[in-house]
Design a protein around this ligand. Structure first.
Ligand SMILES: [Mn+2]
Length: 330
C-alpha cells in the first residue's frame, strides 16, 4: 500500500479488492468517440487507482489494459509507470498480446518488467491478508485454460491456520457464456476450491451466475468503445469487494464519466435511396464534418449507399474506405 498523497508505503492493511475491467488504452479515439479518448481513459484508470488507495483496496486489472499490444506511445507508458504505484495485480487480455502469449515486444511487458503490474496465474497466485481473512488470487490470462479446480497453496494453508478459511478469487479474460453475451463459449461451472471468478473481456456488466459454490461476476469495462445500445445502457463502474470474516460484500462503484451523447458522434441517418448521387455527396460531407479518428461511420455509410454506382466504382470506393478503417472491439 502507498499513501495517495505522499506516495510512501503506509503499511495499512487491505480491506478488500477493486476489480478494474478492460481499460483499452490507446492513443487515438476508437470508433465513433468524439472526445479526447486517450486522456479520458487514463484519467478513469487514475481515478480507480486513487479510489483503491484511499479505500485500502488491492487493485486488479482484468486484462486488455491496452487496445493495441504494441506501438503505444511512450508518453502513455511513462504516465502508466507513474500511475501504477504500490501493488497492482492483473492479467493479459487478447488485446495486450500480438501473439497467443505475452511477449517482450508487447507494451504490457514493459509494465510487468518494471514491477508495476504483477500478473497472476495458476502457478503464481497472490497470497495475503485482506481484512480478517487470508485471500488467494489466481488467474487465467487470455488463452490460458480455466482450471476445473484449485488446490490451496501450502503458504495459504499455513498462514490461515487457526483463522477463517481463505477466500479464493480467480481472475479471467475469457468468452464466458453469460445471458446477454452471445459470443460466450464456456458455460460457468463449479470451480472446485474457488469462491469467485471475475471475468473481464465482456464489455458490459452482466448478471452474476452461481455454479455450485463458485460465483461468476462480469463487471464490464470502464471505457465505452462501441456506439451501441448495449454501451448506451452500460454504466462504467469498478467492482469493489470487501472481505468479511465469513463472507464478502460486492458493490459496484460508478467511475465518473460523461453522458453517452457527449462521448459519441450521433448516428447519421441513411440517405434515401431515390435521392441519388447529390444526396450521397451531401451525406459524405456531413460525415467528414464530424469525422472519427478511426474512420468508423464512413465504411458503414458507404456500404449502405454505394449500390447506386456501377459495381466497379462501388468496389473502388469500398477498397479505399477499408484502407483507412479502424479495427477491434472486444
Ligand atoms: Mn476487451
Amino acid at each position: 500500500m502507498t499513501d495517495p498523497v505522499t506516495e510512501k508505503p503506509t503499511g495499512r492493511p487491505y480491506v478488500g479488492l477493486l476489480l478494474i475491467g478492460d481499460p483499452h488504452l490507446e492513443s487515438r479515439p476508437p470508433g465513433h468517440r468524439r472526445d479526447d479518448y486517450p486522456t479520458v481513459i487514463l484519467d478513469k484508470l487514475a481515478w480507480a487507482l486513487a479510489y483503491a488507495a484511499e479505500n485500502r483496496l488491492l487493485p486488479c486489472i482484468l486484462g486488455d489494459l491496452f487496445d493495441k499490444p504494441r506501438d503505444n506511445p511512450n508518453w502513455m507508458l511513462v504516465r502508466l509507470i507513474d500511475l501504477l504505484q504500490g501493488e497492482v495485480l492483473g492479467l493479459y487480455g487478447n488485446h495486450d498480446c500480438a501473439e497467443p502469449e505475452l511477449r517482450e515486444h508487447d507494451s504490457l511487458s514493459v509494465l510487468v518488467g518494471a514491477g508495476r503490474l504483477k500478473l497472476v496465474s495458476a502457478d503464481s497466485p497472490w497470497i495475503g491478508q485482506i481484512g480478517p481473512r487470508v485471500v488467494v488470487i489466481g488467474g487465467s490470462s487470455y488463452r490460458q485454460p480455466l482450471p476445473r479446480g484449485f488446490e490451496l497453496p501450502e503458504d495459504a494453508r499455513v498462514v490461515s491456520q487457526g483463522g477463517p478459511p481463505p477466500l479464493v478469487v480467480w481472475l479471467a479474460h475469457h468468452d464466458i457464456l453469460i445471458p446477454g453475451y452471445d459470443d460466450g463459449r464456456i458455460r460457468p461451472f463449479a470451480m472446485k476450491g474457488v469462491d469467485l471468478v471475475i471475468n473481464g473481456h465482456i464489455h458490459r456488466r452482466l448478471e452474476d451466475i452461481v455454479a455450485g459454490s463458485t460465483r461468476w461476476l462480469t463487471p464490464g469495462n470502464i471505457s465505452r468503445r462501441a456506439r451501441s445500445d448495449a454501451t448506451r445502457e452500460h454504466v462504467p463502474s469498478v467492482l469493489r469487494i470487501d472481505v468479511l470474516a465469513a463472507d464478502y460484500r460486492v458493490e459496484y462503484v460508478e467511475v465518473p464519466h460523461r453522458p453517452f451523447d457527449e462521448v459519441f458522434h450521433e448516428q447519421i441517418v441513411d440517405v434515401p435511396q431515390e435521392s441519388g448521387a447529390s444526396a450521397f455527396v451531401t451525406g459524405l460531407a456531413e460525415l467528414q464534418a464530424r469525422r472519427t479518428a478511426s474512420g468508423a461511420g464512413l465504411t458503414e455509410f458507404l456500404s449502405q449507399n454505394v449500390t447506386q454506382f456501377s459495381p466497379a466504382v462501388a468496389a473502388e470506393i469500398m477498397h479505399l474506405a477499408t484502407e483507412i478503417e479502424g479495427n477491434g472491439n472486444q
